[in-house]
Design a protein. Structure first.
Length: 162
């Protein structure tokens, strides 16, 4: 038997004031986008903002459904929208923020497993990493430079080839 160790580098900002202005603006937009979430069942609202390399800013919010698995996370809403309206542009940033109507979210929210795999697909499609910032309603902000920091053993297209 053999083993290997996987490590991830996560930048931790104590507040948004430590971010560069562009990232503060994207975080503000993600927080505003969370207000548009359709979350009548969980009360957990997530906003995602993509900054595209063509200068466009795209947003997405989580969309719940009474048949619970039929909803969609904010990250995938934003990424699928980007792939539809700007198929030849790539995202430079993905900023995620959340809030709850039931409790205070004072730590960063991270993408679910399905969203991590979709982010990995888009990084592969675009041929470059996406800077991902993750925040709660307040508190620390996490950042990684590429999905490998959150999904180090992603399933990739070359796995489908023989």
């Amino acid at each position: 038997m053999k083993e290997f160790t996987i490590t991830s580098k996560v930048e931790v900002y104590s507040s948004e004031s430590e971010l560069i202005q562009e990232e503060r603006d994207l975080l503000q937009s993600a927080r505003e986008t969370a207000d548009n979430a359709y979350a009548p069942y969980s009360g957990f609202r997530v906003g995602a903002v993509l900054r595209m390399d063509n200068g466009e800013i795209l947003t997405g919010s989580n969309q719940e459904n009474v048949a619970y698995p039929s909803g969609l996370c904010a990250e995938r809403v934003a990424l699928f929208h980007a792939g539809t309206v700007f198929p030849s542009a790539a995202a430079t940033h993905l900023v995620i923020a959340c809030q709850s109507v039931n409790f205070e979210v004072n730590r960063p929210i991270t993408p679910c497993g399905a969203c991590r795999q979709v982010i990995a697909e888009y990084e592969s499609r675009w041929g470059k990493p996406i800077r991902i910032l993750m925040a709660g309603a307040k508190g620390e902000i996490y950042a990684v430079n590429g999905i490998g920091g959150l999904l180090p053993l992603a399933f990739e297209a070359n796995e489908l080839k023989r």
